[in-house]
Design a protein around this ligand. Structure first.
Ligand SMILES: [Zn+2]
Length: 337
């Protein structure tokens, strides 16, 4: 995927310069309320939003996740949890399969293959839904959103991937006969023969990989709002590894076809395959670390956001509802990360 590679090398402009939100509040052209998006220009910094009563000072601090709405952060965290748990179940699916198989053997029921497929599909569906939740737009985002591009790409990819993956799973059972027909690409010794079933399976695998690639790129920009350098670096590394894996697989196919003509090339295919396995194992470790770290960061941001929301609520109850000059904010919680 050349397009994605160039993105790894030349990430969006946010990577070139450290995000302004990392150190100090970024200059905002049209100040907007972080909770409801109301235009705050011309209003005093010490006041509250006329629409939702959120303190204006908080909105002017920028888009750090700890200042986001707790409901939004909860959605993101649930999404991260789903994606993480489903990925673990999917990767190590032989464990529950083995347990189910043992149970069914004991019950003398022969359903293992169908159950295994059902389990696999549930894990995939949970993972895709987790990514969908994780890519929820922030209703109160101010200014240019660094994570927007990859978030939108991810959201476009998800329904497509879900459809293909689901079709692949169902078709395997319903149209097993017609799908076994193979098609041949090219001719002579360089030809490649694949059945429709294999083609569909590979298509769903590629889409699955693309979803995770887009998801990791999105997390790398979301990390700017934590802010977390470790999370950002981990996500970028894991995305790069997907690129390396895809390159290795493509090279394996090319050298595999070449190997039919020049036998020696099979040695190259073997080496590439071994490298791919090593990169894959490293990648799995990286990917789980990134999702786990993201979940922990979201939990921390959520805890701070909730304490800020509580403080806001307490102050709103103390101050008269129609006051436009409430007492200055006590910044409880905002330093607690
Ligand atoms: Zn508001």
């Amino acid at each position: 995927m050349p397009a994605t590679f160039s993105d790894v090398e030349h990430p969006d402009r946010t990577t070139a310069a450290p995000s302004p939100s990392l150190n100090h509040p970024q200059p905002i052209h049209t100040p907007r309320c972080l909770s409801c998006g109301y235009d705050l220009s011309g209003l005093p910094e010490t006041g509250v939003c006329p629409e939702c009563a959120a303190p204006i000072e908080r909105s002017l601090r920028g888009n750090l996740l700890r200042f986001a709405s707790p409901a939004y952060l909860k959605t993101l965290r649930t999404g991260a949890t789903l994606a993480l748990v489903a990925s673990i179940l999917y990767t190590f699916d032989w464990i529950p399969r083995l347990a189910l198989g043992a149970l069914l053997l004991w019950l003398r029921v022969d359903l293992t293959e169908a159950l295994g497929a059902a389990f696999n599909i549930s894990a995939l569906a949970a993972m895709l839904f987790g990514w969908w939740m994780l890519s929820t737009p922030d209703p109160a985002f101010i200014g240019a959103d660094d994570s927007r591009n990859w978030r939108v790409r991810l959201r476009w990819l998800l329904p497509v991937a879900a459809t293909v993956i689901l079709c692949n799973a169902i078709a395997r059972f319903v149209f097993a006969g017609p799908l076994a027909t193979s098609i041949t690409l090219g001719s002579g010794r360089g030809s490649l023969s694949l059945s429709y079933a294999e083609l569909l399976t590979w298509l769903s695998r590629v889409l699955h990989a693309l979803v995770i690639f887009a998801g990791l790129k999105y997390i790398s920009s979301l990390a700017l709002r934590v802010p977390s350098v470790k999370l950002r670096k981990g996500a970028i590394d894991a995305a790069t590894m997907i690129g390396i894996l895809i390159t290795l697989l493509v090279l394996m196919i090319i050298f595999g076809i070449g190997g039919r003509i020049v036998g020696f090339l099979y040695v190259v295919v073997g080496t590439l395959g071994l490298s791919a396995v090593i990169v894959l194992l490293l990648w799995i470790f990286h990917y789980f670390t990134v999702l786990g770290r993201l979940r922990a960061d979201l939990s921390r941001s959520l805890a701070v956001a909730e304490s800020i929301a509580l403080a806001d609520l307490a102050r709103n109850q103390l101050a008269p509802a129609d006051s436009i000059h409430p007492p200055p904010i006590t910044q409880s919680g905002s330093d607690a990360s």
